[in-house]
Design a protein around this ligand. Structure first.
Ligand code: PMT
Length: 404
């Protein structure tokens, strides 16, 4: 039987920007959120407009920026109510000390503070201020009150500040904030589980400068790592050479060759509940690679190749293996070859994609094969496919281990 797995719904966020130097970082935050498929409505306080102009946020979010309680553009004059009714969350970034005080006391004297009071969705704040303002007992009392009220607080970070001082009070970096937001609103289906993921290509040296590799970018494996973190898992990512920044919450181990990837996996596999093998591991390595750059001459050059170890097969052969998930990239007969690969490798779950569609791309299609049959996932950005894959893994894992 073929089950269709529904697409993940688009998330809507109201982003409140308050007055502080870190308001410039909110522009990058909007760019990243929109890139991740999140609809962003920016609301600025009067003070925020002294730091960054609304035109920047309008260009990045594709929506007019709202600042005025009396001129919000809603026909019934209820902008402060309407704005949050369809939103999945309100995020204040940066949240100044003054705005935190307003939130803690329920003050509502402008559009942003009023909509925070009138909202029915979760409130998230990313404080940003001078270290003395952060350390002030009044601010700490306000933060404590907000935590008691169920507000999620992201940061602040410690480091050099715009005022020239160094300490606690820097706004969390936009990329980390995006990860925090994703983690906040996705269901914690893998809470407390330890997930090991391999990603990217491997590189098998021929000489000091050349090698055999493939076109895997690491995007799928890194997306799976992010989705597992969002689901509450603690993630170890073993990555071949890529240009990507790993999720900040993952423990990342960088490797080059298939042999190194195998050794890294062997070093941590005993601590894994789930192993997801996304990496495009080279099937062969070069026997006797040269330490020096090989000089060109007129003769035919022959490479002697030997098969690499099969990492996923090694894991499956352990006496007490974790729940194992394989991937397969095929250039033809996807259904037939992928299911045959799953059976041959004795895997409970295998995710298959067409190599010409999936490798290096930002979007693709995926078909999940398990004992129940094939489950096609519609074309989507890799992070959305990864979220659906993680959801499916959690379902099978809990069923197999007899947990909810
Ligand atoms: O990185 P991207 O650009 O985002 O592209 C993603 C991807 C196309 C690489 C990814 O989605 C994917 O399909 N990865 C598997 C690539 C592949 O073809 O695997 P395979 O058919 O060679 O191997 C099957 C399974 O065995 C895979 O889980 C693989 O990680 C594993 N394997 C393979 C060989 C080996 N020596 N050890 C292994 O563990």
């Amino acid at each position: 039987m073929i089950d269709l797995i529904p697409e993940v719904a688009t998330k809507r966020l109201v982003l409140g920007v308050t007055g502080g130097v870190a308001a410039y970082k909110a522009a990058e935050l909007v760019r990243l959120l929109v890139k991740n498929g999140i609809e962003v409505q920016v609301v600025m306080t009067e003070a925020a407009r002294h730091f960054v102009g609304p035109a920047t946020f309008q260009a990045l979010s594709g929506k007019p920026v709202l600042t005025d309680l009396w001129d919000g553009g809603s026909t019934n004059g209820m902008t402060h109510i309407d704005l949050t009714r369809n939103a999945d969350a309100v995020l204040i970034a940066p949240a100044s000390a003054d705005f935190l005080a307003k939130l803690a006391h329920g003050a509502a004297d402008d559009l942003l503070s009023t909509l925070c009071l009138a909202r029915s969705c979760p409130l998230l704040v990313a404080p940003a201020m001078n270290r003395e303002m952060w350390g002030n007992p009044a601010t700490q009392r306000n933060i404590l009150q907000l935590k008691r009220d169920g507000v999620a607080i992201f940061g602040p970070d410690s480091g050099p500040q715009a005022c020239g001082e160094t300490g606690m009070g820097r706004m969390v970096e936009p990329q980390t904030l995006v990860e925090n937001i994703d983690s906040f609103w996705y269901p914690k289906r893998l809470q407390g589980k330890r997930v090991l993921i391999t990603a990217g290509p491997t590189f098998e040296a021929i000489d000091a400068v050349r090698g055999i590799t493939n076109l895997s970018s690491g995007k799928m494996g890194y997306a799976v790592a992010r989705a597992a973190i969002e689901a509450g898992a603690s993630v170890t990512l073993i990555s071949g050479p890529t240009c990507l920044t790993p999720p900040s919450a993952a423990k990342t181990l960088a490797v080059t060759s298939a042999q190194q990837m195998l050794e890294a996996v062997n070093g941590v596999i005993a601590d894994a509940d789930i192993f997801i093998s996304v990496a495009a591991v080279a099937d062969y390595y070069v026997l006797n690679p040269s330490e020096q750059k090989i000089k060109k001459d007129a003769h035919i050059f022959t490479l002697e190749l030997a098969p690499n170890p099969d990492i996923v097969a090694n894991v499956m052969n352990l006496p007490d293996p974790p729940f194992c998930v394989g991937f397969a990239a095929e250039s033809e007969n996807l259904y037939e070859f992928a299911e045959a690969k799953r059976k041959r490798k004795n895997l409970p779950l295998l995710a298959a994609n067409l190599v010409q569609d999936a490798i290096g791309s930002d979007q693709s299609e995926l078909i999940l094969f398990d004992d129940e049959g094939a489950h096609p996932l519609q074309r989507a950005p890799k992070i959305e496919l990864a979220r659906q894959l993680i959801e499916h893994i959690a379902k099978l894992y809990h069923k197999e281990r007899g947990q909810n």
